[in-house]
Each structure stands twice: as structure tokens, then as C-alpha cells.
Write a protein that binds this ligand. Structure first.
Ligand code: GAL
Length: 682
């Protein structure tokens, strides 16, 4: 357990007390120096490491490992003043000035040079320091500067495009520049998709998103390679943001370059219909991070003990929620949990952000829960290295996400993350764990694949999915999938072009629904895929409908009203040895659970355990060890069948565990301890 620690924001006299309290809480690592550039290099080339030396020494003496930031996340004022060309520019041509943070252009050679000079000085200074355990490159790359439209970025974009396309004829073809008089005769004519009189070229926008992600990847690699040269044995990470609302970087491309996969996660309450949606988004993020880590353990670098400061209303965590959210990440594979930040700040833009030590001190709910978590994690060290094993994969891809969220589409209400979260959420409600996977990944380990709004699909990925189903796999594909190729060109001949044969359907026209418009969907009374019980229920669809013809598939449910009464809404098609389902609308949560429950049974997918609604369960196992995480999100106590030792209460469990409202358990399965404090005894 650890935290961001910013000793430079506090008088030195409190540092010793910090370390004492950290030990009391069970803190074993601290992320130091993230925003300290201006103090470490007060003017170009003059370094002041004294204060950091003293902080690092104190932490080393306290047995606290340091995840040392390279401090390049936010340039000091002297840098922006001396090199104004390093400042980022937004789509509307506005300069993003210093005074906040991360005011740097990812493609700036001058910024890169100054940052590398600091990284080299840091690495040289602390190479042998006993506290140094890991390097933390920059911070949340792309959080505020993920897209820069300045002239320096324009030139870098042109270079990137040359490398991708080789010649202008190819680029003109791919960007379809015969449309609206956009044909380019010289590379220098090409710009980032800056504010234009009307819709910018979509392929230009998509390529700019790819380029921008690559620019930060290249930046990361420059820091990483320099660190590896000076400290070859120290692992390097940069903290991802695998929250559903952040989409700037293609983390499938970043992940193989990291020694340790780390991420930050905050509960986002903005625009969330229910508390359950907030919770299942956390689960999605944890699952995605685990997939980025290749199924292995990962590092939760930051989350919060309670409220943040950057949402319109910053909700404090309820009693017990700190524990539940932290263990929610551990359940999904985190082997380390870190918080932003140690002490809640007393000044600055984040002064109302929670910390481990609140403004009110240690006689607080937050501090008591932090100490409690520390105790639980100390008892749970043999969790380390165990894995979550999923039977379901969810195809997830950043370029598809970027392309889906561009403008000029049939409905701007269709957002790339809606269907992934809805389908993942429906499986989450049924205690089925899911691995988000890259579309070109090896899919053979999964019994079922869900493909939610995968708007853009490359040929190779479409072929992989066909082979998967032909070989006996089951798949559920939803609306607005398989529509375009990697260049954002429509796959002609009827939608969903990439998956027509696989699904045995052909859609001729989309009929998106207005905001708030709902259609009734009626399951068929009989036939493959239907169930008698379904006909007694009423399902609803929203957001999307489409005029779909059956071309080998069976209609499992049809629209009753709306623009397409009588037309198929849900279809099922036997393809090769497998089965392919198509869902043409956004079903309500209950109906989606019903359908996915049926699909899971067909595919032989088992829930982790049978639990009451509102209770989350995940299992981590490996090397003969097995741990069942049970998180009770309901306001009532629940009983769950289990046998072993509960690491949360440190008590044996024989037959069933009772978990208080909002509480949680980690059952080390199979072993029953005979006394308290007995991690691993039985
Ligand atoms: C993260 C960032 C931290 C802190 C935190 C507040 O985005 O890495 O430095 O700002 O958010 O929630």
C-alpha cells in the first residue's frame, strides 16, 4: 500500500511524523517528486537536490520504498517563458499557458531536451539510493495535453504521415480527399484537424488521434531508455488512466513497453445513471488494466480515500466504501494499491481532494479505514501473483473508440464506451469476470466473446473473429460494429460489413432513436435461442434500431413499436461449430442481463459463485492458492457460501460468510484457520 507523497508542499518538520504515520498505516511505498521540477531545477541547469535527498533518506530509514517520479510532468515557469514554443495549443488555436500543470507540447524537441536533462540528473543522483525501487515517468501522460495542434505538432504529424503512407497519392486515397476539394499536393499543406468551418475530414481526425498517442509513446520511450541506460535494474512505469472517460492513448501500444503496468482510477459520478454504473466502471477499469498486464498482476498507482476535487459535486465515500473500492481493484489483479495523496493539501487547486491524512487529522473515518486496509493487506501478502481467470473476452480497441466518437455519424448519442460498459456491467451483475482484449489477440482461451460497438474493424481482426466462431466459439456483437475499415471507410454491401456472413444478417438502414425515446422489444415464443419464460417479460430498447434482414440467422426478438415494428432486434446464427448473436438496439439493463445470462449458459460460461443481487465476486488463484473476493454493495447484510479463512475479519469461515451492509470479505479458500492473526494457517 502506498501513496503520492509531496514533502515539498509541507514544512520539513512534519516529514518525520509523516514516516511514523505511514508505518502505522502500513504504507510500504511512496511516489515522490511528481510535480517537483521547479524546485529541483529552479533555473536551467542549476539543480537543487538537497531537500529530495533528505526526504528520500527519511523514507529509506522508515523502510518505505520510493517510486521516484522523473519530475517532468509539469515544466517550471522559467522553461515556458524561455521556450514559449513548448506550450501546447488547442484545436481552436488557443495557447494553453502555464499556471496549471502539464503545459507542454508532446512533440516539442526543446521540451524533450530539457526534460531529458532533468531525467539524466535525477537518474544519476539517485541510482544508488537505497529507497529507489521504481521509476515513475512523467505522470498520467496525455491527461491535459493529449492533443496539441501547434505548428511544431503539425510538422511532427507530417513526418508521422510520411512514415505511415510513404507517398501523397496513398494519403489522398486513404483520406478520401477527392471529397470537398481536400486533395493535398505537398506534405507541408497538411495540418492537424484544427477548428474548421464545418466537419473536419474523419480519417485526418482518426490519424491525428493515432499520431498524438504515438507522440506521447515516443516521449515515454525516450525517458524510459535513458533511465534503463543509467539504472538498468530499476523497473520503469508510467501511470495509465484506464478510467472509462479517458481515451487519449492507445494503451495496447504502450503496455508492452512498461516493466510494470500501473494505472490510476477515480470513481466518476458525472452522468452516471446509478451507483451500480459507477461500481461496474471500476470493475471494467480493473479488468482492462489486468488485460494490459497480460493477465498478470498490476499496480494501482492512484485512487482516492474519499472525495476528489474535479467533479461538479465531489461525493465523499460512505463508511466502508474506501475498503470496498480498494479491494475491488485488488480483486481484479492489483498487487499494489496507491492513493493520491498522503496529506490532504492545505493550498492549491487540489486542497479539497481527500488524502490519507485528512485536514481533520487522524481521528477520522478515513484514517481509521486506511489503517484497517493496511492490516488487511499485510495479512494478504500471499495473494501476490495469483490471477483472475476469465471465460469471457470483450473486444476493445482505441482507434475504434476514436473513430466512433467522431462527428457526422447517424447519431451523436452513440458513444463508443456505452455498449462496452453496458455489456461488461451486465456480466458483472451476474458474477461473470471478463477480460477486455485487443481485437487481434489470441481469442482461443475464451468460451464467449462480446463485441460491443466495435465500429472500426481491421480485416485481420474480422478474420480472427470468424475463425474463432467457426471453431466453436460464441460471440455477441452489438449495434454499430464492423461498419468501417481501418481508414474509416464504409464496408459496403450492407451493415455490419465486417460481420454480415458471421451473423447471417444484412442491415439496409439505420433508424437511430431520439434522446429518451424507447421502443418495446418482444422475444419470440419459440425457436433457437428463445426461452419460454422470456415471452412473459417486456424488454425495451433505446438509442438505436436498424432495418435488418435475416440471411441465415433466426430472429430471437423483434420490435413491437418504434420506427421498425415487426423487424428483428436480436438475432442468432449458427456459424461453423459456433454461434453468433447480434443485438441491434441498446437493451435495458434487465433485458440485457437476461439475454447475456442465456448466451453464457449456451456457451458454457460459469459465474464465479452464486450470490445475491448487488454482491460482487471475483476469484484470484494460482500455485495452489485460491481467494474469493466478496464485495457487498447492498444496504443489507448478505450470506455467501464459502469455506476457508476471511482475511478481512481474520476469522475462519465454515460453510458461509456473513458480510455486513457495504462490507467485504477475502476468503482464502479451502483452509480453515484455528486462531486469529493466522494468515496461512489451517
Ligand atoms: C490524477 C493526478 C494526480 C492528482 C489526482 C487528483 O489525475 O495524477 O496528480 O491530480 O488526479 O484526483
Amino acid at each position: 500500500m502506498g501513496c503520492d507523497y509531496n514533502p515539498e508542499q509541507w514544512p520539513e518538520r512534519v516529514w518525520a511524523q509523516d514516516v511514523v504515520l505511514m508505518r502505522e498505516a502500513g504504507i510500504t511505498f511512496a511516489t515522490v517528486g511528481v510535480f517537483a521540477w521547479a524546485l529541483l531545477e529552479p533555473e536551467q541547469g542549476r539543480f537543487e537536490f538537497g531537500w529530495l535527498d533528505r526526504a528520500m533518506d527519511l523514507l529509506a530509514e522508515g523502510g518505505i520504498a520510493v517510486n521516484l517520479a522523473t519530475a517532468t510532468a509539469s515544466p517550471p515557469p522559467w522553461l515556458s517563458r524561455r521556450y514559449p514554443q513548448t506550450l501546447p495549443v488547442d484545436r481552436e488555436g488557443r495557447t494553453l499557458w502555464p499556471g496549471g500543470r502539464q503545459a507542454w507540447c508532446p512533440s516539442s524537441p526543446v521540451f524533450r531536451e530539457r526534460a531529458m536533462s532533468l531525467v539524466e540528473a535525477m537518474a544519476t543522483r539517485y541510482a544508488e539510493h537505497p529507497a529507489l525501487a521504481m521509476w515513475h515517468v512523467s505522470n498520467e501522460l496525455g491527461c491535459h495535453n493529449g492533443r496539441c495542434y501547434c505548428d511544431v505538432s503539425a510538422a511532427a504529424f507530417q513526418t508521422w504521415l510520411r512514415a505511415r503512407y510513404g507517398d501523397l497519392d496513398t494519403l489522398n486515397e486513404v483520406w478520401a480527399t477527392s471529397f470537398w476539394s481536400q486533395r493535398y499536393g505537398d506534405w507541408a499543406q497538411i495540418l492537424p484537424p484544427r477548428l474548421a468551418p464545418t466537419h473536419p475530414n474523419p480519417t485526418q481526425s482518426l490519424d491525428f488521434a493515432r499520431f498524438s498517442s504515438d507522440a506521447l509513446l515516443e516521449y515515454y520511450l525516450a525517458e524510459r531508455d535513458l533511465l534503463r541506460r543509467i539504472t538498468p535494474d530499476v523497473p520503469v512505469t508510467t501511470n495509465f488512466m484506464t478510467l472509462a472517460h479517458f481515451s487519449m492513448l492507445d494503451y495496447w501500444r504502450f503496455a508492452p513497453e512498461q516493466d510494470v503496468i500501473s494505472t490510476d482510477h477515480y470513481l466518476v459520478h458525472i452522468d452516471q445513471p446509478t451507483e451500480n454504473a459507477v461500481r461496474s466502471e471500476l470493475a471494467f477499469s480493473g479488468d482492462l488494466t489486468r488485460s494490459l498486464a497480460g493477465g498478470g498482476p498490476w499496480f494501482l498507482m492512484e485512487h482516492s480515500t474519499s472525495a476528489v476535487n474535479w467533479q461538479p459535486v465531489n461525493r465523499a465515500k460512505a463508511p466502508g466504501e474506501l475498503l470496498r473500492t480498494s479491494l475491488g481493484h485488488v480483486a481484479r489483479g492489483a498487487d499494489a494499491v496507491g492513493y493520491f495523496q498522503w496529506r490532504a493539501g492545505r493550498a492549491g487547486a487540489e486542497k479539497f481532494h481527500s488524502g490519507l491524512v485528512p485536514h481533520a487529522g487522524t481521528d477520522t473515518k478515513v484514517w481509521r479505514e486506511v489503517v484497517q486496509l493496511g492490516g488487511i493487506l499485510r495479512r494478504s501478502t500471499d495473494l501476490a501473483g495469483t490471477r483472475v481467470h476469465s471465460q469471457v473476452g470483450l473486444l476493445f480497441d482505441w482507434p475504434s473508440r476514436w473513430a466512433c466518437d467522431l462527428d457526422s455519424h447517424p447519431s451523436s448519442l452513440v458513444r463508443a464506451m456505452d455498449a462496452p460498459l453496458a455489456l461488461h456491467g451486465a456480466l458483472w451483475r451476474q458474477a461473470v469476470t471478463v477480460d477486455p482484449v485487443a481485437p487481434t489477440a489470441d481469442l482461443s482461451a475464451y468460451r464467449l466473446l462480446v463485441v460491443p460497438t466495435l465500429y472500426l474493424v481491421e480485416d485481420a481482426a474480422a478474420a480472427t473473429l470468424h475463425e474463432y466462431v467457426a471453431a466453436g466459439g460464441h460471440v455477441v456483437i452489438t449495434y454499430f460494429s464492423g461498419i468501417v475499415d481501418q481508414n474509416d471507410h464504409i464496408r459496403l454491401g450492407g451493415y455490419p460489413g465486417a460481420f454480415r456472413d458471421l451473423l447471417g444478417i444484412r442491415t439496409e438502414e439505420f433508424f437511430p432513436l431520439d434522446s429518451g425515446q424507447v421502443v418495446t422489444v418482444q422475444p419470440a415464443a419459440s425457436g433457437p435461442g428463445t426461452e419460454a419464460a422470456w415471452t412473459r417479460s417486456t424488454w425495451t430498447g433505446s438509442l438505436w434500431t436498424e432495418l435488418t434482414h435475416l440471411d441465415g440467422a433466426t430472429a430471437v426478438a423483434r420490435y413491437v413499436d418504434g420506427p421498425l415494428p415487426g423487424q428483428p432486434a436480436l438475432t442468432r446464427h449458427a456459424h461453423g461449430r459456433g454461434v453468433a448473436w447480434y443485438l441491434g438496439t441498446a437493451l435495458d439493463d434487465a433485458a440485457l442481463s437476461t439475454v447475456l445470462g442465456r448466451v453464457c449458459r449456451d456457451a458454457g460460461v460459469q459465474p464465479v459463485a452464486s450470490v445475491p443481487a448487488g454482491v460482487e465476486v471475483v476469484r484470484r488463484s494460482g500455485d495452489g492458492r485460491s481467494f474469493l473476493f466478496v464485495l457487498n454493495h447492498t444496504p443489507e447484510p448478505v450470506r455467501v457460501e464459502a469455506h476457508g479463512h476471511d482475511l478481512v475479519t481474520d476469522t475462519p469461515v465454515t460453510g458461509a460468510v456473513r458480510i455486513a451492509a457495504g462490507g467485504c470479505a477475502i476468503i482464502r479458500e479451502g483452509l480453515v484457520s484455528t486462531g486469529s492473526g493466522g494468515a496461512g494457517q489451517g
